[in-house]
Design a protein around this ligand. Structure first.
Ligand code: TRP
Length: 360
């Protein structure tokens, strides 16, 4: 049995990309391993620090989705990062031994700075009337070249110590629980490499106190958005995990399909088709459909309708389960209980850390 730790930023309701990409795996492994699953509310502030007015609501919505998807507080520890102050304490101590160059050379740091710079700077320019809404949307949608992110505006907004130190916070998350299995997406791999280096450095200086996070990657499904770009709330191309039947139909019917298949009888190319990608997740006849599509034996409209039928049952089951958990106070009680469990484990690690550093 291994110790597993993973987290998600509280972005509110989850979409099917979050489910197939991460949550489903969490549900699977909760029975096999000792699992800690965390609402990464502190992580949220590393990039979205200006706006937190809806944070509580977003936490609640996301945890409800977790429960409805099958995470069971009897089998795993569900908690909120900020309920466990040891995360902040260990982050500070680890930051003492982390060379800045490791953080600056983090490839995702550079990329994210670019990516966020695009939208943030664009929004700032829009506020000043320099940029129209249309142009801003074109930029964040990737149709236009990004604005140079090294400008002063971006530097002020994003060159925060918290954003640079993101991998240190994440290392603390993992190390507090002695996790040796960390299921994350491909995009998080460089962070985990840094985590291993920080832990090694700490142990080299103070003795073998912390556990090195072990091998990580469990292959996870990539789910395209309705328009065939990466699925993201901010792109408006997401399918919510708990979409209503009325909400689901127009989304599926407008989903991107092979542009070369203009007529029903034209042969199609399922590999680039969003509807086919969803069939693979929801329909047991995806293999047959692949052949039918290539042969021009079915049109996209009929194919989409069948997808809707396949999605009906899992979606209504999810919705029912979610409604059952959606009671006042339930999520916060559950997080309070999970927080206490997490704190007990985290405090044990901190006791060793403080001692190793001669703070006690
Ligand atoms: N950084 C992760 C993300 O944004 C979330 C996260 C926070 C995490 N702490 C973690 C993942 C620890 C794995 C382990 O997706």
């Amino acid at each position: 049995m291994k110790t597993v730790m993973s987290g998600m930023r509280p972005t509110g309701r989850l979409h099917i990309g979050n489910y197939w990409g991460a949550l489903r795996r969490w549900v699977e492994i909760q029975a096999e391993h000792r699992c800690f699953f965390m609402v990464a509310d502190l992580h949220m502030f590393t990039t979205a620090y200006e706006e937190s007015s809806r944070l509580q609501e977003h936490v609640r919505e996301m945890v409800l989705d977790w429960l409805a998807a099958g995470l069971d507080p009897e089998k795993c520890v569900l908690f909120k990062q900020s309920d466990v102050p040891q995360h902040a304490e260990l982050t500070l101590l680890l930051s003492m031994v982390t060379p800045i160059s490791w953080l600056e050379n983090n490839p995702t740091y550079k990329e994210q700075l670019q990516e966020l710079g695009k939208t943030k700077l664009a929004r700032a320019l829009e506020g000043e009337g320099i940029l129209t809404k249309e142009r801003r949307e074109a930029i964040s949608g990737g149709q236009l070249e990004p604005v140079e992110p090294s400008s002063e505006a971006v530097r002020k907004e994003l060159r925060t110590a918290g954003f640079l130190g993101y991998p240190v916070l994440q290392t603390a998350d993992i190390a507090l629980y002695g996790a040796n299995l960390v299921p994350v997406g491909q995009d998080q791999l460089p962070h985990l490499e840094i985590s291993r280096e920080i832990v090694r450095r700490f142990n080299g200086l103070y003795g073998a106190v912390l556990t090195e996070p072990g091998p990580v990657l469990t292959p996870q499904a990539k789910v395209p958005g309705l328009d065939n770009r990466k699925m993201s709330k901010s792109y408006g191309n997401a399918v919510d995990l708990f979409e209503t039947a009325a909400g689901l139909a127009p989304k599926v019917m407008s989903a991107y399909t092979d542009p070369l298949k203009a007529r029903a009888k034209d042969p199609g190319h399922p590999e680039g088709c969003v509807v086919f990608a969803y069939h693979k997740l929801y329909s047991d006849f995806a293999d047959r459909r692949e052949g039918e599509c290539r042969a021009g034996a079915i049109g996209c409209v009929a194919c989409k309708k069948e997808l809707l039928t396949s999605m009906e049952k899992p979606f209504s089951e999810f919705r029912e389960r979610r409604a059952r958990f959606d009671k006042p106070g339930l999520v916060s009680e559950l997080l309070t209980a999970g927080g206490a469990k997490a704190r007990a484990v985290a405090e044990e690690t901190m006791g060793k850390v403080r001692k190793a550093m001669n703070l006690r």
